[in-house]
Design a protein around this ligand. Sequence first.
Ligand SMILES: [Zn+2]
Length: 455
Amino acid sequence: MSPFCSFPSVDSYWLLNATIPDCLLDDSIVPSIMDGKGSITSHTDGFSRLNLQISGGNVRTILPVEDPSSLSTTLPTVDLRGGQVWPCFIDMHTHLDKGHSWERSPNPNGSFQGAMAAVRRDAVNCHEEDLYRRMEFGLLCSYAHGTSCLRTHLDTPIDQMELRFDVFTSLQKQWQGRLTLQSVCLVGLDEFLTPFGEKLSDRVSAIGGVLGGVAWMDPELDNQLHRVFALAHERRLDLDFHVDETHDPNSCALKHVALIAERYRTVGYSGRITCGHCCSLAVQPPAVVRDTLERVRGAGIAIVSLPLCNLYLQDRQPGHTPYWRGTTLLHELKAANIPVALASDNCRDPFFAYGDHDGLEVFTHSVRIGHLDHPMGDWPRAVTATPASLMGLTDVGRIGVGLSADLVCFRARYYSELLSRPQSDRVVLRQGIPINTQLPDYETLDDLMGTTLVP
Ligand SMILES: [Zn+2]
């Protein structure tokens, strides 16, 4: 679809009549506008109607629409007519190395166990070119939809570690300047009790990655966590775990992580700790939840929720209509002052048959699944500023003077418009310049899928 408005081919211009959710503005913006120029035009649910001067790739000036100085400009102008402008998305939990493999490795019953088995079977197909092309397909989608920074978990058992990190670092180099990429190793935490655990940690450290893994409920879980925290502490690595992706209320790996984290905080571990999924938290008794949330907050742990994948996998039984939406306690976590991010997770692979790495789709579906609306409050930060901070990235995920003009411009003015259509005509600006938002063609992966469809 062609973009909803055209942009000048110069690097200095004004974006007029942009509607920006206040929670996406840099903290310094709202007070300075209000102090200097009087009131801004505020709408329901905390919006401001603003004019932005873009220059040299950055946002040079932000003014209320009432301020006459932007109207007397000699620079070209683009009138957004009230369309929303967001900072580029930050997608902090993906699995690029699994992605876009569905057509050759479907999940026959859509279950979590079915997904695990399908991914194990598919490993034989994952040679260097296959990984590179499928991972790049994911990046092409992500970039075109308006993401600027992305973290991917990588399956890194002993026989795959070098291959997957090598492919990742090639892509990281190839995409430098367009997408900021981070990687997290993904193994069962039992691996960290073997000599390979140290080797893996050293490799992660060498590429500036994040240490991670799946924290299964296991009699050895605490020993495994002790080891992985020790390895992270020694190497000053951040941590990112998969925990409790199940409806079993007895799965309480999140609490185990929090308890071990508390101990490592007291000996000076200062890395960022993220736990993903945390589905079972939503089916645990209130007193257990209260205790876990207190410990999670105390240990400085952030949560990333993956609502699309959770909705797909959780509560799936043949012949049964699901009634549990599968997500963690989004509202309760936020109320407990625990940072919460929302992210893509899997796309078109055995863990999730659909998905396109679109930050807006993640946000839209999360709002609908989790009732994150009325008011929307600062939930837009969950796909922008919050994951930026959890990934240790500065100056991204928000809109402010002096920050790069990495923006997504929508025709939609209100949330009722933004969350009702896919916004395929959005304009993605990178350093103030519109990018090509054409998505890659599925056909380009046909030879990797072993399928050629005959019409
Ligand atoms: Zn995941």
